[in-house]
Write a protein that binds this ligand. Structure first.
Ligand code: PMP
Length: 377
């Protein structure tokens, strides 16, 4: 038996587009079709079509097309998953802190959050059974989904430790709660060893793995992918039909060709070196500029971010000063769900600040750190 997904009411009433179903008939051999309002494919640049399968080879097995969906950014994966799994009032387990875009999307379906505290090894998975039990007691609901940014989290830069991934896969299976494993930063490792994905640990069962070309190529490309259970993927495909019909072919073709010609592999080598230098530089410049002020962080082994712990300084107050001083960062509150949505132990994030080290140029990194340190005086 497959994983027992508890689909949303919307997913139960969603129907595949009748036109798409008709298209299947028009593809029969010998059929002359006047049905679809389509241009002539004979003049398309179709040679470039290929799949993203190479990018997936590290997840333990080949993935057949029915277990995969191409999406318009991994943001859309979250949207599709929300529509297919979540009803208003449903509870989603999230890391505290987590990506605000995910909170936004889940919240738009009326979901509430069960935040799980994190440390430098990602979500404190050992707390999960107790938090879930409390959530069940207090709300009468078993969470519908666990959302985790497994590698170099946005915002904390933490990676979920290997033993925690194993435990997460077990909890997901035992409690029949699917995991959405969001991994846009996984290829951006600058130090340490890669850790197997939850998807590969679970043999794919009950795990939706999502990644994107946004961080490794360019965000405007809007090509991402997800892999998972074929029945769930089929429902995501139906949900997507109502969103954008399809991810722009031009972008898919360009990305596909880029991967096929081997450019992505060499680009990854280049950006890993480039960003590793920037990560080191921001940490060094920040330490020098702070001159012993009580601000701390864990040096990330990859990704985009330094997550500063400002102690008793409120990052929102610091933000206003920093803007005056000509340096910007993101205050921590945005990365935490509101307290009333939850039964978890989330702090409100006021003491944290997210600094992105990849975007600024080297000379800006040094100057920006000096400006920020001045605001802390
Ligand atoms: N997940 C995380 C953790 C992110 O940081 C982002 C982008 N900031 C996304 C998903 C969305 O990425 P995409 O551009 O692929 O939609």
């Amino acid at each position: 038996m497959g994983f027992p997904f508890r689909y949303s009411r919307a997913a139960e009433v969603m129907r595949p587009s009748p036109i798409r179903e008709l298209f299947k008939l028009t593809q029969r051999r010998g059929m002359i079709s006047f049905a679809g309002g389509l241009p002539d494919p004979m003049i398309f640049p179709v040679e470039e079509f290929a799949s993203c399968a190479e990018a997936l080879s590290e997840h333990g097995r080949e993935v057949p097309p029915e277990e995969m969906i191409i999406a318009t950014g991994s943001q859309q994966v979250m949207d599709m998953v929300s529509r297919v799994l979540l009803d208003p009032g449903d509870v989603v387990v999230v890391e505290a802190p987590t990506y605000p875009g995910a909170l936004h999307t889940f919240r738009s379906t009326g979901a509430r959050f069960l935040p799980v505290p994190c440390d430098e090894n990602g979500m404190c998975v050992e707390l999960l059974p107790g938090l879930i039990a409390r959530c069940r007691r207090d709300t009468g609901r078993l969470p519908k989904l666990i959302y985790s940014i497994i590698n170099f989290s946005n915002p904390s830069g933490a990676c979920l430790a290997a033993d925690r991934r194993v435990r997460l896969a077990e909890i997901a299976r035992e409690l029949a709660i699917p995991v959405l494993e969001d991994d846009p930063y996984g290829e951006l490792r600058y130090a340490g060893e890669p850790i197997p994905s939850v998807f590969s640990i679970a043999g794919g069962e009950g795990v939706i793995y999502a990644s994107s070309f946004s961080k490794i190529l360019a965000p405007g490309v809007r090509v991402a992918w997800a892999i998972g259970d074929p029945d769930l993927i089929r429902r995501l495909v139906i949900a997507k039909q109502g969103m954008d019909l399809c991810t722009p072919m031009v972008a898919q073709v360009v990305v596909s060709e880029y991967v096929e010609r081997g450019f992505l592999e060499s680009h990854l080598v280049k950006i890993r070196t480039h960003y590793a230098v920037k990560a080191r530089s921001m940490a060094t410049e920040m330490r020098a500029a702070l001159g012993g002020r009580p601000v701390s962080w864990s040096d990330p082994e990859g990704g985009f971010f330094l997550w500063l712990d400002l102690g008793d300084i409120d990052s929102q107050v610091l933000f206003a000063r920093a803007i005056e001083e000509g340096v910007a960062f993101l205050p921590g509150r945005a990365f935490y769900p509101g307290i009333d949505e939850t039964q978890g132990d989330a702090v409100n994030g006021a003491r944290f600040a997210r600094l992105c080290f990849t975007f600024a140029q080297p000379e800006e990194i040094a100057e920006g750190c000096r400006r920020l340190a001045r605001c802390l005086s």
